[in-house]
Ligand binder design. Structure first.
Ligand code: SAM
Length: 289
């Protein structure tokens, strides 16, 4: 069985009558070294249970099963059932669950599958669900490390710093909950079929506590969203649009001035500390009303 060459992959898929689905983001890895490198960069060992999203034909699943104590792979496409039975069916530390990850109760799944183990995620993500899956994985608060391959530009956005055109509300979300680091890039030639863009592997180490002191996370992220909602506008205008029920323009400009921000400050220049100071300032005003 050859999981890692074009001819080997085509042969096994043809034998089971499998047709690629573009809409499910099916670009399968066809490079053994990359699979091993992804599993290595996930910093796994035999104390870990690892959740994979999208097993495909099992190329990465196989490398993960060697690196971790257990692998549970959630795969939406039941047409892959006979393929996966052949490629990873006899590995006793691998379980394939046929389900949509967006509709899966991830907390319940990992409690059942990884009892007594440390928990991580490692996956070559289907591109069309990158943001909702990452948000779900982080919000369930069950994982120590999340290592995923995604489009290179998206990986750069997640790690982007203030002032960069790539910096946005999702960069702040990821950096608030995790420490993201790009591990390496992967050319599109390593996949079958080849996607149009290159990919990158990013490892997000989930923080034990947030890097900044925030009085209300809801309010903090409301401020972040407001700051990026109208990218070219001044921060004061973005805040006014989001909070005009409770704050007038004068209150916002006074708050910014008291915190030492110039009146023409733009949201995209603020780091996590800047956002937290503004959000905490708004929190105090709302509490005092
Ligand atoms: N891990 C394999 C590899 O590296 O070759 C496959 C990766 S491929 C980019 C993404 C996989 O995710 C596909 O097998 C696809 O069927 C599966 N998938 C797509 N949407 C999904 C969803 N909502 N839930 C679970 N799996 C999904």
């Amino acid at each position: 069985m050859d999981l890692y060459t074009l001819s080997g992959i085509r042969e096994i898929l043809a034998r089971h009558g499998f047709k690629f689905s573009k809409s499910l983001g099916q670009n399968f890895l066809a490079d053994e070294n990359i699979c091993v490198k992804i599993a290595e960069s996930a910093a796994l060992d035999k104390d870990f249970g690892v959740l994979e999203i999208g097993a495909g034909i099992g190329a990465l699943t196989y490398s993960l099963s060697r690196a971790a104590a257990r692998v549970c792979a959630v795969e939406i496409d039941r047409a892959l059932t006979p393929v996966l039975a052949e490629t990873v069916g006899d590995m006793d530390n691998v379980k394939i669950v046929f389900a949509d990850i967006l509709k899966t109760d991830i907390s319940a799944l990992v409690e059942t599958e990884f009892s007594g183990l440390r928990r991580a995620v490692c996956a070559n993500l289907p591109y069309y669900i990158t943001s909702p899956v990452l948000a779900k994985l982080i919000e369930c608060n069950k994982f120590e490390i999340i290592t995923v391959m995604l489009q290179k530009e998206v990986a750069e956005r997640l790690c982007a710093l203030p002032g960069s055109p790539d910096y946005g509300a999702f960069s702040v979300f990821i950096q608030y909950y995790t420490n993201p680091e790009i591990q390496f890039t992967v050319p599109s030639s390593c996949f079958v079929p080849q996607p149009k863009v290159d990919s990158a592997v990013i490892r997000m180490t989930v923080r034990e506590s947030p890097p900044v002191n925030v009085k209300s996370e809801n309010l903090f992220f409301k401020v972040v969203r407001a700051s990026f909602a109208q990218r070219r506008k001044l921060l004061a205008n973005g805040l006014y649009s989001a909070f005009n029920r409770d704050l007038d323009k004068k209150m916002i400009s006074t708050l910014l001035e008291n915190l030492g921000f110039p009146e023409n400050v733009r949201g995209e220049t603020l780091d996590l500390t800047g956002f937290s100071r503004i959000a905490n300032g708004i929190y105090d005003i709302l509490q005092s009303k």
